[in-house]
Design a protein around this ligand. Sequence first.
Ligand code: NAP
Ligand code: GDD
Length: 343
Amino acid sequence: MKKKISLITGITGQDGSILAKFLIKKGYIVHGLKRRSSSFNTQRINDIYQDIHDRNNNLFLHYGDLTDFTSILNIIKKVKPNEIYNLAAQSHVQVSFETPEYTANADALGTLRILEAIKILNLTKKVKFYQASTSEMYGSSPPPQNENTPMHPASPYGAAKLYAHWITKNYRTSYNIFASTGILFNHEGPSRGETFVSRKITMGIANILKGKQKLIYLGNLDAYRDWGDARDYVEAMWKILQLKKPDDFVIATGKSYSVRSFVEIAFLIVGIKIKWRGKGLNEVGFDQKTNKILIKIDKKYFRPQEVDHLRGDYNKAKKTLNWQPKIKFKKMIKDMLDKDLNF
Ligand code: NAP
Ligand code: GDD
């Protein structure tokens, strides 16, 4: 049987690398769009990289950028994928406040460029398109959030992603493209980027235990997130594209924890009980046994606008996709700590 061909934008990122491995296991030929960088940016996929001259090779990388229409058009024309997963994005919320124009270009217009390429190349009936939408689009809408919850994005990233979400739905209706979205809530794991709060905490703990770092500086401890495991979430992306009809799905765990709880649970896994004292910028977290301060607050990590509470209602995905999260919150943190402690 002919192997299915997929194209993943953002293949060098957390989700793209996990999805690439998932699809290769399912027998796909995987093509990935990667940015040119002055140093290697393929660490997350080195373990599946094969010599392109190997006849059994099933992973191919192409230089391109979501801000560069020519590269997108040429890659899609060359690869003729059955499925496109658009995971590439400037994905850091805080960074989007510092680079709002670039974030809009890559995250909003980047999605439009792919959809236009599909249209121009007459692939509207041949390709299925997945857009990586995000719970950040809900912004100030209170939990639980589902597919019908109003969206009030609270960052340039959230606003750019909301454009991408709606242009995907618009191309679905206007041009009959199989274009679906997954509204994914936060998801983490051992290959999470090092500046997202989960990985910053697990790496910080590992460094403290190794004597390489004294303490961790954080921002808002009282935001709540619905944290799932990326390994579960890429399966949902694939399932969304295997349906007969395009649609939109919330992918979440239905449980939320504060950043403060994340800190407490992660430290407890390595045997340290964190206690808190002080208020606001002067609050500190310390080791109950030794009294050593292990957490301090730095105002530079606070955002101009915060998303206070995300907790997803994934009932539609459960019913339609037969999907539900398998990996528990504590197990996910433990796996992250294991990786960081053994690094
Ligand atoms: P990530 O680790 O930050 O990966 C982002 C990927 O996009 C990287 O491969 C990056 O390349 C690439 N990229 C960035 N700008 C690009 C551009 N202009 N052109 C081409 N490629 C570009 O993000 P992730 O956590 O895997 O998330 C995957 C997608 O899901 C993103 O769209 C994100 O916004 C969305 N999302 C993530 C979550 C989450 O909690 N993880 C939740 C909801 C939605 P480099 O490796 O070269 O930087
Ligand atoms: N990054 C970071 N660093 N966040 C901190 C820190 C810190 O030092 N201290 C507190 N936080 C708080 C943030 O203010 C936020 O409320 C929460 O921790 C989570 O921050 P991140 O881990 O950076 O994730 P995010 O929720 O802003 O965005 C992630 O999830 C979105 C889905 O809801 C990203 O993966 C986005 O790409 C994704 O769309």
